[in-house]
Design a protein around this ligand. Sequence first.
Ligand code: PGA
Length: 251
Amino acid sequence: MSEQRVIAGNWKMHHGPSATRTFFRDFAPDLGESAPTLIIFPPALSLAAAVESRGGRPEVHLGVQNIHWEEKGAFTGELSVSMVLDAGATYALVGHSERRHVFGETDGEVALKVGACVASGLTPVVCVGETLEERRGGRLEEVIERQLEAALEGLTARPGAHFMVAYEPVWAIGTGETATPEDAAGAHAVLRSVLRKALAEDHAEEVPILYGGSVKPGNAGELLSTAEVDGVLVGGASLDAESFARIAESV
Ligand code: PGA
């Protein structure tokens, strides 16, 4: 279990610059002393609006939803680590299930992205998770172990680099189906043991492992009180300032 508590919001393809300003105007969680690390992943186009309008709020870190591993060049539509840092973001989602399943991102690309992030000081949040078919076929452990081991290949040049892992079962994303705290605890324990095998002892314990998939104000508290769950990665329920504030307050 990591000491760090993390509440992250993945806005996916929602909230342009105007809606981003409105979100930050309204986002006012009442956080106690043990305030979690708050991270929002807006669409890249809304980063500037988020940087401008987050001032005066509890500290909110910003991230991008995808990243390219090359520094620059002829890669139409892509963003490099240095551009993202320049724009004020400090985190990147890597290998989100929609990137893997809708856009065909591979384990090898995930490793390259992790490598590019850690080489330049952008913190990657590595997403892993099994499909319903894989789960029903008894392959949950094998799939998430393979995905995380592949992503860790990206750390070879910076073995002690800071990063996070998000367990997001594909069948629970945007479906209203949430994994039970026991399901999350079991998968997180598998991921923690992959980290223990690959990393130095202290490092393996301090990497936060977040749960994602239909997290809402009504179930966040129970998930976050599960010892193995260090934080949550929230999609739909992070779009509304009030709902995301309630989730942040459940730490
Ligand atoms: P959801 O999405 O909370 O809408 O299920 C989570 C995610 O995809 O990160």
